[in-house]
Ligand binder design. Structure first.
Ligand code: URA
Length: 182
């Protein structure tokens, strides 16, 4: 791995609120990278993205297709837990974007899936309604590399609104097919 986030001090509030930097996990050879928003409390405790309730749900959904967490890469738009779990600020997303871009370029996946509004806006820019872009294949360009990007709802959305589950399932299935996992 050539990129490193060790001892990053770019965001003063996040340096104070984090217990540790939570880097991406999973295979660096993965054909699919999930990009979330930011570590929550559990992720900050454990040092791994998506290990709280929404992460368990994501893991269950992947396993229902015979795919394990280790088969994909799971990362976040910012790598430090924001205070009170607030949304990452624009400046914090910008500060952390070079780490995400380096990670994506090193993994060089077949597909990138953003989980929720914040990572989708981070990679595609603002001015969209989540409902309009969920499940649509768009493109993410990083320097000379172009990756298919499929926005999906954040798994936490299913915890608040079970009616989102069917759509989450169908977007996940489409994404796994596109990335060649099933
Ligand atoms: N939500 C996220 O967006 N990322 C995590 O790591 C956990 C929950």
């Amino acid at each position: 791995m050539t990129y490193t986030v060790d001892d990053c001090m770019r965001c003063s509030q996040l340096v104070d609120s984090r217990r540790r930097i939570v880097d991406g996990v999973g295979s660096m050879d993965a054909d699919l990278v999930f990009v979330g928003e930011a570590p929550g409390q559990r992720e900050d405790d454990v040092g791994e993205p998506f290990v709280g309730r929404s992460g368990e749900l994501l893991t269950e959904k992947l396993e229902s297709h015979g795919v394990s967490r280790d088969d994909v890469r799971i990362t976040n738009s910012v790598r430090c837990r924001p205070p009170e779990n607030r949304d990452p600020r624009k400046k914090e997303l910008a500060n952390c974007r070079s780490y995400l871009y380096s990670e994506l370029q090193e993994v060089d996946p077949e597909v990138v899936s953003t989980l929720g509004r914040v990572p989708t806006g981070n990679l595609l820019g603002d001015g969209f309604r989540m409902a309009d872009v969920v499940g649509e294949v768009t493109e993410l360009q990083i320097e000379s590399s172009v990756y298919p990007l499929v926005p999906c709802y954040h798994p936490a959305a299913m915890l608040y609104d079970r009616s989102k589950e069917a759509e989450f399932d169908s977007v996940l299935e489409k994404t796994l097919i596109l990335a060649g996992y099933i």
